[in-house]
Design a protein around this ligand. Structure first.
Ligand SMILES: [Zn+2]
Length: 93
């Protein structure tokens, strides 16, 4: 596998400005770096996975409630009404 920024952050090989926000058994919620800008967060697997179809059933079952929890927290804190600030990505090059 070539270098993967997502895994480098997970493994502590790359600094994450703002740090980790939340984690579950399979997923982490972190501040997003890169072109999405300040204020965006990312929900990603703890393991390297490129495609959604590669998700294990346990990972699928955990991410739905996690997205609801995170978006509810964003709504409570920021009082947003429509704007979505959560990005879920699979890891790749
Ligand atoms: Zn990776």
């Amino acid at each position: 596998m070539d270098s993967c920024i997502a895994c480098d952050i997970i493994n502590g090989n790359m600094e994450l400005p703002g740090g980790r926000i939340y984690s579950t058994v399979y997923w982490v919620v972190e501040h997003c770096i890169g072109p999405f800008g300040v204020g965006s967060i990312i929900v990603k697997l703890k393991r390297h996975c490129v495609h959604y179809w590669e998700l294990q059933n346990e990972e699928v079952m955990e991410v739905g409630p996690l997205l609801k929890l995170i978006t509810l927290a964003i709504e409570k804190v920021l009082k947003v009404d429509q704007r979505g600030g959560v990005i879920s990505v699979m890891q790749g090059r």
